[in-house]
Design a protein. Structure first.
Lengths: 299, 100
């Protein structure tokens, strides 16, 4: 398995691949991933030159460990196959497939990626995939998409197109996205891949943004797509375990290890009843704390 | 590559460069406009000439208006204009004639 498949992805910042001012130094804002966009952000008559810009950015700019994902054009356009070639030739970390509605969509891109990895001498399997779900059909087939490829690290909701397909619109309350979010999360968890929430585009409403992030964090998402550096710290703050969470998780892991060796199944930690069911959650908190760079312990 | 028709790539936005190529008169006819021409003019010219050499373009009138672009952006705009001139948008030789 590609070691980057399960990496920390709290924030994925969209950037127009055709805009040099945007793609030259986004690492200074410290997002976990950047999403270099060849799709909606690039005008039809700029698709050709955007690829040259993308190629040299991938080859020559040091993004200081920030993951470089590229959103290619849709499979219903004449652009996506050349997009895949330039992504792989440039050495991107992952490709985001837009408007995914079936496992077949992922397989088509995967075949093109395999051919490009051979053509450009890249290690087979080095280019990961993720799928954007943007329609009712995509949501209903999320499980098939999640299980479609070993390269697929996750799925992401694209709220704008999804709400159009559902004949509604973004309200800011999240009610219109409720079903899609829940369905996609369950599919992603069942398949063991990550799940990312849609963008929040009202930059004048940072309080609304915070509530949205808190809500999707509680639902179980791994991260959120973002459109502005101002959104990064809020997401990271909410998605990073607090010291209180970390200390409790540490105690749970240590106590379960100790007590299970003594044949004790149920006991209390800080007044809370704990059993083996808490183990994976506590380990996940420690892993997240480590990946976020806030863990100082020894586990 | 032959420059068969005029083509433009890039914009006049900050950090970008606008490159225009036109059929030449048997040589490379080069014009550069840049706010940092005194500091970086030679470096920008070298990047453009190296890129044209990689693309095997030796007969072109090329005009570059630089707005503080990085080398990687200048290369991308020169290549973008040359391939546009040839109306080629697929099977680009990434890592071959188009390289870092």
């Amino acid at each position: 398995m590609n070691p980057n498949k399960k990496r920390l992805r709290r924030t994925m910042m969209f950037l127009n691949a055709q805009k040099p001012a945007l793609i030259k130094d986004p690492y200074i804002y410290k997002p976990d991933s950047i999403m270099l966009d060849l799709e909606d952000a690039v005008a039809q008559n700029q698709k050709d030159v955007a690829r040259f810009s993308l190629y040299h950015a991938l080859q020559e700019i040091d993004y200081h460990g920030v993951e470089r994902v590229v959103r290619i054009n849709g499979l219903d356009t004449p652009y996506w196959q050349e997009d895949v070639r330039v992504c792989v030739a440039g050495g991107c970390d992952a490709i985001r497939i837009p408007k995914t509605e079936s496992a077949e969509d992922v397989h088509r891109v995967e075949q093109a990626v395999i051919a490009a990895e051979k053509e450009f001498g890249r290690e087979e399997g080095s280019t990961l995939l993720m799928a954007a779900i943007e329609s009712a059909r995509g949501v209903m087939r999320a499980m098939d998409v999640c299980e479609s490829s070993e390269r697929l690290f996750g799925i992401a909701l694209s709220g704008g197109d999804y709400t159009k397909d559902m004949q509604t619109h973004i309200t800011g309350t999240g009610i219109e996205l409720m079903g899609a979010r829940q369905n996609m999360l369950i599919a992603a968890r069942a398949a063991g891949v990550q799940c990312f929430d849609t963008v929040y585009t009202n930059l004048d409403d940072m309080e609304g943004f915070r509530k949205d992030v808190e809500s999707i964090h509680l639902m179980g998402f791994d991260g959120k797509s973002i459109v502005n550096p101002r959104q990064i710290n809020i997401v990271h703050e909410i998605f990073t375990p607090t010291q209180k969470d970390i200390i409790f998780a540490e105690k749970v892991v240590k106590e379960i290890d100790e007590k299970s060796a003594q044949g004790i199944g149920v006991f209390t930690v800080d007044g809370k009843m704990i059993d083996i069911a808490f183990y994976d959650g506590a380990k996940r908190t420690i892993s997240l704390a480590k990946a976020s760079g806030v863990y100082k312990g020894e586990l | 590559m032959e420059i068969t028709r005029p083509a433009i790539a890039g914009t006049l936005e900050s950090s970008d460069a606008q490159v225009t190529v036109e059929p030449g008169n048997g040589k490379i006819d080069f014009t550069l406009e840049s706010s940092v021409i005194n500091q970086y003019g030679n470096q920008i010219k070298k990047v453009i000439m190296d890129t044209l050499k990689n693309l095997e373009v030796d007969n072109v009138k090329i005009t570059v208006i630089d707005k503080g672009a990085l080398d990687c952006t200048i290369k991308a705009r020169v290549e973008g204009a040359v391939y546009r001139s040839n109306v080629q948008t697929e099977n680009i030789p990434w890592g071959g004639a188009v390289r870092s």
